[in-house]
Design a protein. Structure first.
Length: 124
């Protein structure tokens, strides 16, 4: 699979998906006008990826802001990628946030508690 890269805008994140390395990165703000349209290619890419995943899949989030619609898509992305565990592969989520951003730290900790996956909150 080819690498999928989407450049960030004022309302959408930078997205970098690399199937051969099992690396999936989302960085910046996410409040697109049409969340399904924006994340459609991402979800299609992930659905293709899980058919033949890498030994280790790493999902990196570095949000500065995201809305409720994005949180629903984010959960969908996590659930899709989590299926690689059923195939005997590793799955890791890294939640990057500023040490001064209490809201993002809290959101990361909440997700960590809700999900049964390897999940690290990484403050910088």
């Amino acid at each position: 699979m080819e690498i999928l890269t989407i450049e960030a805008t004022n309302e959408t994140p930078a997205v970098h998906l690399n199937a051969s390395e099992g690396q999936f990165n989302f960085t910046g703000k996410s409040y697109p006008e049409n969340v399904n349209e924006f994340y459609g290619s991402t979800l299609n890419y992930i659905q293709d990826y899980i058919k033949n995943p890498a030994e280790k899949t790493t999902l990196e989030f570095a949000w500065s802001y995201y809305n409720t619609a994005t949180s629903k898509i984010m959960i969908k992305i996590i659930k899709e990628l989590k299926t690689v565990v059923d195939a005997g592969k590793e799955f890791q989520i890294n939640w990057h946030c500023k040490s001064s951003d209490e809201l993002m730290i809290e959101k990361g900790e909440e997700l960590k508690d809700l999900l049964d996956v390897n999940f690290s909150v990484i403050q910088f």
